[in-house]
Design a protein around this ligand. Structure first.
Ligand code: GDD
Ligand code: MG
Length: 364
């Protein structure tokens, strides 16, 4: 079985995190998200994953190579210019040998891929779209289906008032190779705006596979934070941290001292230093090699590797990319996203929802 993982997007909504890291490589509890996706594919019996890449492809290639470390064969196909979600599939058509999974590269879900394959074998048709119900479908593809489960309409990101359903495209498909024949080669084509609607209009049979699985698109900072919160709260099991040794919802790798200042749930990766009087948590994820200064407080936040928080600084509801440094007594408020290597001055006050990248200097 093969899968195509769409990993070519620029991840604009996650900037500045995605200036240095392509969206699929953003870490989730210390492991690149794409690595988790590839492990999931392998466990479902997928032996080859084709990575349809474009933006920062070398970061992906350097991490996974031919896939032997992960036990899955990897093929990289890099677009010179973005081909869109269907153009990217057409671009890998030469590699496809039978029915194949397609995964949006930013979706975290507990979907059982084997069950989806079994559903497709039972229903037949050109393919299956995994769907879930959400409160606000306007940021997604709406999937309208008839009582037999056959897709009657696909409407990408409709205005909220005119959304035809609350059932949305969850970004995992199982497609027959025939779908590729309908995509024009060599140009940018959207599967959501063009290919699916055209197939449906032409009488092609696509089926919706509605589940109530855990599902989140990590492509926005608030969703990336929420996914971590959900794992820490036990709503979603992920390994690690779920299967790592944890005492009272504290996942600690190596020396995190002194534990008295950890307020669970927290995840502390290897080689982290927490100075006396600092408080960490609840809902804090500290990346490997990060350092929390004396008297500092970090809550509801995700720190990537090598982040340094100065003495007495306060960080709440924020994401800090690798090697970001927050000066002494500085304050980083809810919704802030701090890029790789960014420096925040001592005593600075970073307003709610700020995006700070290394090229800017963040003063008070
Ligand atoms: N190779 C390649 N080339 N990949 C691309 C390109 C491209 O030109 N454009 C986007 N992608 C990849 C992204 O990297 C991502 O993994 C996936 O395609 C979807 O793109 P997003 O930019 O994340 O789309 P979205 O989240 O706004 O909407 C999509 O996902 C929703 C579910 O999360 C659509 O498929 C919606 O219909 C769906 O509901
Ligand atoms: Mg997305």
């Amino acid at each position: 079985m093969q899968a195509v993982v769409l990993v070519g997007g620029e991840g604009t909504r996650l900037r500045p995190l995605t200036y240095g890291t392509p969206k699929p490589m953003v870490p989730v509890f210390g492991i690149p998200f794409l690595e988790r996706t590839l492990m999931r594919l392998r466990e479902a019996g997928v032996t080859e994953a084709i990575l349809a890449a474009g933006y920062l492809p070398n970061a992906i290639r350097e991490a996974f190579g031919d896939g032997s470390r992960l036990g899955i064969e990897l093929t990289y196909v890099v677009e010179r210019a973005p081909l869109g979600t269907a153009g990217a599939l057409k671009n890998v058509a030469d590699h496809i040998r039978g029915p194949f999974f397609v995964l949006n590269g930013d979706v975290l879900t507990s979907l059982d891929l084997r069950a989806m394959l079994a559903f497709h074998r039972k229903r037949g048709g050109l393919g299956v779209i995994h769907t879930i119900r959400v409160d606000d479908p306007s940021a997604f593809g709406c999937v309208v289906r008839d009582s037999s489960g056959r897709v009657a309409a696909f409407v990408e990101k409709p205005p909220r008032e005119s959304a035809p359903t609350d059932e949305i495209n969850a970004g995992t498909y199982l497609l027959e190779p025939a779908v590729l024949e309908s995509i024009e080669p060599g140009k940018a084509v959207s599967i959501e705006r063009h290919t699916f609607p055209a197939l449906i209009a032409g009488g092609g049979a696509l089926y919706a596979y509605l589940t109530s699985d855990y599902w989140i698109d990590l492509g926005r900072p608030e969703h990336y934070l929420r996914a971590h919160r959900d794992v820490l709260a036990g709503t979603l099991r992920l390994d690690p941290p779920s299967n790592a040794a944890s005492a009272a919802r504290m996942w600690l790798h190596g020396a995190a001292n002194p534990p008295a200042h950890l307020r669970p749930p927290v995840f502390v990766d290897a080689d982290v230093t927490i100075e006396p009087g600092a408080t960490v948590g609840p809902y804090a994820v500290l990346g490997a090699g990060s350092r929390i200064g004396a008297g500092a407080a970090v809550a509801d936040s995700i720190l990537w590797d090598g982040v340094v928080i100065g003495e007495g600084a306060r960080v709440e509801g924020a994401i800090l990319a690798s090697n970001a440094r927050v000066g002494d007594r500085a304050r980083v408020r809810v919704g802030s996203v701090i890029g790789h290597d960014a420096r925040i001055d001592a005593d600075a006050d970073i307003a709610e929802g700020s995006r700070v990248s290394a090229i800017e200097v963040a003063h008070t």
